[in-house]
Design a protein around this ligand. Structure first.
Ligand SMILES: Nc1nc2c(ncn2[C@@H]2O[C@H](COP(=O)(O)OP(=O)(O)OP(=O)(O)O)[C@@H](O)[C@H]2O)c(=O)[nH]1
Ligand SMILES: [Mg+2]
Length: 334
């Protein structure tokens, strides 16, 4: 269909008219744009390299000038409705890098599937962190606990995630044995975009293949010695399902660092954020101050100590990121 449309246009028409497509793959300096049903290779317009404009990421809508004889040219990135961000790999690059606000990994996702496997990979703090980052970036977090076929007591983990936040849904699945997959249909609707995030080896690509009912992504066995994955997926890739839903498979991450995501943390732990508004002093540190609603809830047992510790730890990290950003801003002004 799209091919017909593209072929009908004369060369001059194609060069003159800007089109809008979606970035479905990024590799070093080359991009693949999904335009109708076509995949079009593209490069960035030179001005991207001389200005502060953000480079496109998978999920971005971009304007481009179609070139039937070679790489098309991306001219701009459309406004993003949601992002998943992380800090640049080191404090150094965060300070001197082109964007001190952090590195956008994927854009315009309606849902983020936060994938953890139920064999040695489950880590409550890590999931809380992913949820906060997702909410901060304006996507909806969905926790997917995979490899349920290898776990005797999945209910324990499900309850823990349900108690983490009322903003989060949780599903247990086995992509290998087709267990629980039908529960995901509610997200896989036409025009919805879903990013799949999680550590290497948890079964992200196996899940993509199960959803697509075919081997779209390469998968490989985890190491037997420590159950860790082998970083099989090496770049982010968007796959469109027949019904028009889009899934973005991503490489496994060792750790997802945090930018300043205070709002996302407060949204995740909305009960604690709400409690804080009842403290006598607005700048209460929940330490020795009188009239502290948080300490009172901890004493009464209506707030669990463990949950509060995770909340505090995430805020501490987020505050550090905010400080780094301030320093970077000041350095830029010098
Ligand atoms: N038992 C069991 N094994 C699974 C399940 N899902 C995936 N696996 C296995 O886990 C291994 C890793 O799966 P992948 O899909 O490659 O993992 P990944 O998360 O994409 O890993 P990276 O691409 O490295 O980030 C493979 O051997 C899969 O067969 C499951 O539901 N049950
Ligand atoms: Mg993979």
């Amino acid at each position: 269909m799209s091919q017909i449309i593209i072929q009908k246009e004369t060369k001059n028409d194609c060069e003159a008219k800007e089109k809008i497509g979606t970035i479905c793959e990024v590799q070093k300096n080359s991009y693949v744009i999904k335009y109708l049903k076509e995949e079009i290779n593209a490069k960035l317009k030179g001005s991207f390299y001389h200005t502060e404009s953000e480079f496109p990421v998978v999920g971005d809508y971009v304007t481009f000038i179609y070139n039937p004889n070679g790489d098309s040219i991306i001219t701009s990135v459309c406004e993003r409705k949601s992002v998943i961000k992380r800090p640049y790999p080191s404090d150094h690059s965060m300070t001197y890098g082109r964007n001190i606000n952090g590195q956008v990994m994927v854009a315009n996702c309606d849902y983020v599937f936060i994938v953890a496997s139920l064999n040695n990979n489950y880590n409550f703090n890590r999931i809380a962190r992913y949820v906060s980052i997702t909410l901060q970036g304006k996507s909806i977090p969905v926790v997917i606990l995979t490899k349920v076929d290898l776990c005797n007591n999945p209910g324990r983990y499900v309850r823990e995630i349900e108690e983490l936040s009322d903003k989060v849904k949780v599903h247990t699945i086995s992509a290998l044995y087709g267990i629980g997959l039908e529960e995901l249909d509610e997200y896989l609707k036409p025009d919805k975009t879903i990013a799949i995030l999680g550590s290497s080896g948890v079964g992200k690509s196996t899940l993509v293949n199960a959803i697509c009912k075919g081997e779209v992504m390469k998968t490989s066995k985890i190491r037997e010695s420590d159950s860790k994955g082998r970083h099989t997926t090496t770049y982010r890739q968007m796959i469109e399902l027949e019904n028009g839903a889009r899934i973005i498979d991503t490489p496994g991450m060792r750790e997802l660092g945090m930018c300043d995501v205070d709002d996302g943390i407060d949204e995740t732990f909305s009960d604690i954020a709400e409690l804080e508004t009842h403290c006598k002093f607005s700048d209460c540190k929940h330490d020795t101050e009188p009239g502290c609603a948080v300490k009172e809830a901890l004493k009464r047992g209506t707030l669990s100590k463990e949950r509060y510790e995770v909340y505090k730890k995430l805020h501490k990290e987020s505050n550090h990121a905010a400080k780094m950003k301030k320093i970077a801003k000041m350095r830029r002004k010098l």
